[in-house]
Design a protein around this ligand. Structure first.
Ligand SMILES: *Cc1c(COP(=O)(O)O)cnc(C)c1O
Length: 354
């Protein structure tokens, strides 16, 4: 793929002396590529970070035909930059596209695009411990047309945002509200796709949980309101007795790259990991019997997020005394060591930016 490059003549001051937070600052460049039925995906280019101009009738504004991905570039101890399992994000991108009637992309082209734009802005990968450059590829439908059908024209874009440590004061277990009124997704819907629409559907419950003093919601399945799906924007794991369990992928759960990495790492370390249905009743029962040892979320942003408390309709359970569990801590340490290049890449998960 021949990528055109228009260099920014107006480079920004890097915000590295400020708290970076998440998704607040953007690098100097972005990647763009267009789709139309005649040319397919075409005109790959890296241009200065800038606004996108669209017709107010652009289909994305009305019917939400949009998808996104999220991964990170990490600064290694020797100053190089690397990616973590980007091929998994690209496979998922095409599965999301398939569900949303967005044209498939060549996985090699997408990887080349990610590597090229990260390389151009590699100075934007921060150096401080646990910081990284968040990579946000996304696709929007651009046809100026008011009618419900798959669009014919799309923009694929990649933007980059330097982000701070997720746990500036150290990892802290969070309080989670078990959501029994609203649901995020149902089987047959788009829960397995990384689409903005899923997030729009989740905001009301998240707002309610925040108002009640909880960090996130625990989503239950949309049919029985019984089986656990996910936690907020993360996949979820429980240590019950000697078993590590995570809800199986049945169509309503987002198949996280971190989830897959956690499963692989645990199996390699000799743990029993099962992907199966877990009901909220089973969880509260296991807690009563003293067998619920740990609970944690997994996702690119936080890596591992220990859960210290669950509230279901006012019934509260404290997990592991509200402390970080042994397995949660081990996973956090080992995954972040691989991602930031402090440990050997024993699973072949790293792609270097050269
Ligand atoms: C992105 C996302 C996750 C986590 O996926 P990772 O690939 O591990 O970052 C989990 N749940 C939802 C709803 C998501 O959008």
């Amino acid at each position: 793929m021949e990528i055109k490059f228009i260099e920014s003549q107006n480079k920004k001051e890097k915000p590295f002396d400020k708290p970076l937070g998440f998704g607040k600052f953007f690098s100097d460049h972005m990647f763009l590529m267009d789709y139309n039925p005649e040319l397919g995906w075409h005109d790959p280019r890296i241009v200065p970070f800038q606004n996108i101009s669209l017709s107010p009738a652009a289909m994305v504004f009305h019917y939400g035909q949009e998808m996104f991905e999220g991964l990170k570039a990490y600064r290694t101890p020797d100053g190089n930059v690397q990616l973590f399992r980007p091929q998994k994000n690209i496979e998922r991108l095409n599965r999301t596209n398939e569900r949303l009637c967005i044209p498939q992309m060549d996985p090699d082209d997408v990887l080349e695009a990610i590597k090229a734009v990260v390389k151009v802005d590699s100075d934007w990968v921060p150096y401080e411990k646990d910081t990284s450059l968040y990579i946000r590829p996304f696709i929007i439908a651009t046809d100026p047309f008011l009618g419900v059908k798959p669009a014919s024209n799309y923009i694929f874009c990649i933007i980059l945002s330097p982000v701070g440590a997720y746990y500036p004061e150290g990892m802290n277990p969070v309080k989670i509200f078990v959501e029994t009124e609203y649901v995020r997704a149902v089987k047959g819907g788009i829960g397995f796709a990384k689409a903005g629409g899923n997030y729009a559907a989740s905001l009301r419950a998240q707002k309610k949980a925040h108002e009640l003093g909880y960090t996130q919601v625990l989503w239950l399945d949309g049919v029985y309101r019984k089986y656990i799906d996910e936690v907020g924007t993360m996949n979820v794991f429980f240590v019950i007795g000697d078993e590590v369990v995570t809800p199986m992928l049945e169509g309503s759960i987002l198949p996280g790259v971190t989830r897959d990495s956690v499963i692989n790492l645990l199996k390699a370390r000799g743990y029993t990991v099962n992907e199966r249905r877990v009901s909220v009743d089973e969880l509260f029962e296991a807690h009563k019997e003293g067998r619920l040892k740990e609970a944690f979320g997994s996702g690119t942003a936080a890596v591992i997020s220990p859960i210290g408390l669950l509230d279901r309709d006012g019934e509260k359970i404290v997990i592991n005394g509200g402390e970080i569990g042994e397995i949660s801590q081990m996973l956090y340490d080992q995954l972040t060591d691989i991602q930031w290049g402090r440990a050997e890449d024993e699973f072949n998960w790293i792609v270097k930016i050269d």
